[in-house]
Ligand binder design. Structure first.
Ligand code: FEO
Length: 173
């Protein structure tokens, strides 16, 4: 496997692992603050990120590279409020999208079209994740500080089938 591509893929492994930890921290915070719907949403999201990481690890190894399991930074323990949680989630996803774009760039520069093709799954996933984060944040801003609205929001989040990739992609998982 091309060295530069391998290194870029391993950097992405680290980012997906950090995302999983970050959302796990959000899930735990939400659970401790009586926001069970948000907690469920975040636990699911954390699992999805772990899956994103695993998919990369397996791809690197299957193509003759060496996946490196990274050390992970401690995520935040506290968040100001729910809006702050989702703002940070959106900012985090925007940064991940940038990193996926950089990875696509390296694939093209190194003419590694197989990896380029593989990475397209992440390009689509980022589109969905950013859109979802924006939608949720818009809803929270509409609610403002209204407690009843917040209760409904949390309940809706618990019942929503969120952060799911299209059915065809789920089957590949
Ligand atoms: Fe795997 Fe949310 O980026």
């Amino acid at each position: 496997m091309n060295n530069r591509v391998e290194q870029a893929l391993n950097e992405q492994v680290s980012k997906e692992a950090s995302s999983s930890q970050f959302y796990l921290a959000m899930a735990s915070w939400a659970e401790n603050n009586g926001l069970n719907g948000t907690a469920k949403f975040m636990y699911t999201h954390s699992d999805e990120e772990r899956f994103h990481m695993l998919k990369l690890v397996k791809f690197i190894n299957e193509r003759g590279g060496k996946a490196i399991i990274p050390q992970i930074e401690q995520p935040p323990k506290e968040f100001n409020n729910l809006e702050n949680v989702f703002e940070r989630l959106l900012q985090h996803e925007i940064a991940v999208t940038q990193s996926i774009n950089d990875l696509v760039d390296v694939c093209l520069q190194e003419k590694d079209y197989t990896t380029h093709n593989f990475v397209q799954w992440y390009v689509s996933e980022q589109l969905e994740e950013e859109a979802l984060a924006r939608t949720v944040l818009d809803k929270l801003r509409l609610i403002g500080g209204d407690k009843g609205g917040m209760y409904m929001f949390d309940r809706d989040l618990e019942n929503a089938s969120i952060i799911t990739a299209p059915a065809s992609d789920n089957q590949k998982k």
